[in-house]
Design a protein around this ligand. Structure first.
Ligand code: NDP
Length: 471
């Protein structure tokens, strides 16, 4: 028998994806650098009654031979150099028309480079972003595919079968050429950073401004999960806040050190946005907040200098916080989707914004009811900034007042709201017909003769600035 598909890299993600594929009835050949992992995987497959669908091959040549042509071979190894090493090892064994499907968290420019490298060799290259962690990989992730369209069709059935479903629709789609899939996955993660940070900021107001204990906060998140904020992240936030540390009997969240880790996709999102000149201040704020969080020693020292902030009573209600979170979320998604739209234009990817919102509705970390509304709004046609899409205009009109109130309370009460305040400032900048860059242009012309424009009189005009300044 030959396998429908092959998979290399049987660590957490690869083994769960492979089990998922086998469970959907496909025969899968598997390989891993260290053979011990192959044995462990076979044991796992046996325990789950799936061994009959698995062809384990420790030898790479035999592994490739076991996959039916044209071959689709998933690689799920550590991102970075191991992916390039794996491609080089595979190449001598592949034949024209075969394809590599790389499913790790790769930098989209690396994916683009690998796609360009393999194209003239007649080997297809698909870069697929997979979200949903271990559980998602096993039972249904969101899969964002980019790369060789022709070879996508060879793997389409398998990938759409293993992905999460939302109202019966698969959360897997081909999005565009080259690095498009990994680019979209990167921005997914950037948006995820923003969602998480805004939730953490609201938790901060509850804890320090409203004096709420973790269990009381947990109850609020549980309640919010039944409303417009309904989402995986709001749901798990409730569980995290409710958890009790067994040995001490204390709320676990109060024992966890306030230093956040990051693996790079938030930074990549912010860099991509900056490089294309698209403001993504909510994502940038979220990345900055994680960086500040990691500098615990500096924060302790600074608190000694400035004093502990007064544990004031924030002049906000829980309803204000819920609405502020919704408004902040709309701004953050507006920014993330604007970054995707610009990247699509620059790279000729023709990224379908509606489809992207659709395949994020289930399986991935940012899955939510909200994304269903977004998918519906974008399905109506243009790829405009979400802030001017009619349904979301209504929502913003209803909720930006609360965002304003919460950000103001944060400023007065000394609660840092990096992400929520960035979202509010972006909204206020975006919606003002008359800004203040006229002054910037004056300054630039003063010191650098960069020129400015006056309507009706033309561009590249200069001011008669004083040539010497008094002291
Ligand atoms: P790891 O990132 O820990 O990678 C381990 C796997 O890579 C092992 O199979 C290992 O083989 C293999 N490997 C490492 N270096 C090489 C090499 N030079 N040549 C061949 N194989 C090599 O595994 P994960 O399952 O955690 O993640 C896989 C990918 O999925 C990563 O890109 C990760 O970022 C991404 N991802 C992970 C998620 C998660 O929740 N963990 C979520 C979403 C994406 P060996 O056994 O021989 O050491």
């Amino acid at each position: 028998t030959t396998a429908d598909i092959g998979l290399i890299g049987l660590a957490v993600m690869g083994s769960n994806l492979a089990l998922n594929i086998a469970e959907k009835g496909y025969t899968i050949a598997v390989n891993n650098r260290s053979p011990a992992r192959i044995d462990e995987f076979v044991t796992m497959a046996k325990e789950q009654g799936l061994a009959g669908k698995v062809i384990p091959k420790a030898d790479l040549a035999e592994f490739v031979q076991a996959v039916s042509r044209p071959r689709s071979i998933i690689i799920m190894v550590k991102a970075g150099a191991p992916v390039d090493a794996m491609i080089e090892q595979l190449l001598p064994h592949l034949e024209q028309g075969d394809a590599i499907i790389e499913c790790g968290n790769s930098l989209f420019t690396d994916t683009q480079r690998r796609f360009d490298y393999l194209k003239p060799k007649g080997i297809g290259y698909l870069g697929a972003g997979v979200s949903g962690g271990e559980e998602g990989a096993r039972h249904g992730p969101s899969i964002m595919v980019g790369g060789s369209k022709e070879q996508w069709h060879n793997a389409e059935d398998v990938l759409t079968a293993i992905a999460a479903k939302f109202n019966g629709e698969s959360c897997c789609a081909y999005l565009g050429e080259g690095g498009a899939g990994h680019f979209v996955k990167t921005i997914h993660n950037g948006i995820e950073y923003g969602d998480m940070q805004m939730i953490a900021e609201v938790y901060g107001v509850m804890r320090d401004g409203l004096g709420m204990a973790p269990q009381a906060c947990a109850d609020v998140f549980k309640e919010w999960n039944r409303g417009p904020l309904n989402s995986y992240l709001i749901e798990i936030t409730g569980h995290v806040l409710a958890a009790i540390d067994e040995p001490t009997g204390k709320p676990l969240v109060e024992l966890i050190l306030d230093k956040a880790g990051q693996k790079g996709t938030g930074v990549w999102s912010a860099i991509a946005a900056q490089q294309m000149g698209v403001p993504a201040t909510a994502i940038e704020g979220a990345v900055a907040a994680r960086s500040i969080s990691s500098r615990k020693d500096e924060r302790i020292a600074a608190e000694k200098i400035y004093g502990k902030r007064s544990a004031g009573k924030a002049d906000v209600t829980l309803a204000d916080l819920e609405q502020a979170l919704l408004a902040g979320k709309i701004v953050s998604y507006a920014q993330g989707f604007a970054v995707i739209a610009k990247a699509s234009d620059e790279n000729g990817w023709k990224l379908p914004l509606s489809t992207i919102a659709k395949i994020w509705r289930a399986g991935c970390i940012i899955r939510s009811r909200f994304l269903d509304q977004m998918a519906a709004a974008y399905a109506k046609g243009d790829n405009a900034n979400l802030l001017i899409v009619p349904d979301f205009v209504t929502l913003m009109k209803e909720n930006h007042g609360a965002l304003r109130k919460v950000v103001a309370a944060g400023a007065v009460g000394e609660f840092p709201l990096i992400c929520l305040s960035a979202a509010l400032s972006y909204f206020d900048s975006y919606r003002q017909a008359q800004g203040t860059a006229n002054l910037i242009q004056g300054q630039r012309d003063f010191f650098g003769a960069h020129g400015f424009e006056i309507e009706g009189r033309g561009k590249d005009l200069h001011g008669e600035w004083p040539s010497t300044l008094g002291n």
